[in-house]
Design a protein around this ligand. Structure first.
Ligand code: ADP
Ligand code: MG
Length: 267
């Protein structure tokens, strides 16, 4: 579902991603751990086209996002006929309309929920499928009600975000992401802004999504969630993946000193 190859990304003189290789198979959950500033959010943002890569390539479900080639013909071949190839310096990338189309198929759940404050819970979930997928409003409303029931908020459809707890708001944000029927769901520290007693209800929803075969990449500090739900745990530090593997290896028998230090500090 996701293939990241030799991705480099700098902000000015700061090398934030220094050669990332990552594979995520359909239906699998990848949990990304790492200290603050290690490049976790930037990695998610490149996968969702919110940041451009400087070099390397990212493919999501067979669609190439960014690709560095010196030569136009090879870039055209890599993108396929009509599939992008806008030239920006030496980086060939998807055209803007293809970026937007691709982005609607990737759900992104942020630390701070990012709900529309002036819309009801129901309308927060209905908005995107109507605006981005041109779904008839009636169908979008029916689908939104089902999704809100799935995240345990059937009784909150008419509330406004400010009337909800942080855990409830985050569950609305998850329902909203699901409304676009994404192929891939990205979570960037979805429980970091929550009071401790509200973390569990959000993790439970995420665990339910994982069990139903949703492909997910989750940046989190919740080691328990990683241990229980992840197929693969990735530990990042300083813009590189230090180690990755099944939770039983990375969490319980880390091979690298930096991973050990992080886990002992975090636990
Ligand atoms: P993490 O999510 O692991 O905490 P980030 O990917 O957010 O790390 O950031 C990695 C580094 O890149 C940090 O030093 C951060 O300050 C820097 N950074 C992130 N985004 C930008 C940006 N848009 N401009 C400049 N520096 C940035
Ligand atoms: Mg971050």
């Amino acid at each position: 579902m996701v293939e990241v190859r030799s991705v480099h990304k700098s902000f000015g003189s700061l090398d934030v991603l220094r050669g990332i290789d990552l594979d995520v198979r359909a239906g699998e959950v990848t949990v990304v751990l790492g200290p603050s500033g290690s490049g976790k959010s930037t990695l998610l943002r490149t996968i969702n086209h919110l940041e451009k890569v400087d070099s390397g390539s990212i493919t999501v479900d067979g669609t190439l996002i960014g690709y560095r080639r010196e030569n136009k013909a090879s870039a055209r071949r890599a993108f396929g006929k009509g599939g992008g190839g806008r030239r920006a310096g030496k980086l060939y990338e998807l055209r803007e309309r293809d970026v937007l189309r691709q982005r609607t198929r990737i759900g992104f759940v942020f630390q701070n929920f990012n709900l529309f404050p002036h819309l009801t819970v129901l309308d927060n979930v209905v908005e995107a499928p109507v605006a981005a997928l041109k779904r008839p409003r009636k169908d979008a409303v029916a689908a939104a009600r089902k999704l809100l029931a799935r995240v345990g908020l059937a009784d909150k459809t008419d509330a406004y975000p400010r009337q909800l707890s942080g855990g409830q708001q985050q569950r609305v944000a998850i329902a909203r992401a699901l409304a676009l029927e994404p192929k891939l769901l990205l979570f960037d520290e979805p429980t970091s802004a929550l009071d401790p007693e509200l973390v569990g209800e959000v993790l439970d929803v995420m665990q339910d999504l994982a069990a139903s075969g949703t492909t997910m990449i989750v940046v989190t500090h919740e080691i328990g969630f990683a241990r229980e739900v992840a197929d693969t745990v990735v530990f990042m530090d300083g813009g590189v993946i230090v180690e990755q593997g099944p939770p039983a290896e990375v969490l319980d028998a880390p091979r690298h000193e930096r991973t050990r230090a992080f886990l002992s500090r975090g636990a």
